[in-house]
Design a protein around this ligand. Structure first.
Ligand SMILES: [Zn+2]
Length: 57
């Protein structure tokens, strides 16, 4: 069950990273919902984890 624990930790880690849907800037935040892109100011951010593939960085 150690593996599942690792996976949960990874998810928590990556859930703090969002990607701007306008300029694709990566934004790290611990306040989702209150975050704006620091480059273009857009509030259209998506979770980075949704885009992750196995083996990708
Ligand atoms: Zn942006």
């Amino acid at each position: 069950m150690a593996k599942a624990k690792d996976s949960a930790a990874m998810q928590r880690m990556f859930s703090n990273v969002r990607v701007c849907m306008k300029c694709n800037a990566k934004i790290r935040t611990n306040k989702p919902g209150k975050t704006k892109c620091r480059k273009c100011g857009s509030k259209s951010l998506r979770l980075k984890s949704k885009q992750m593939k196995a083996g990708a960085k």
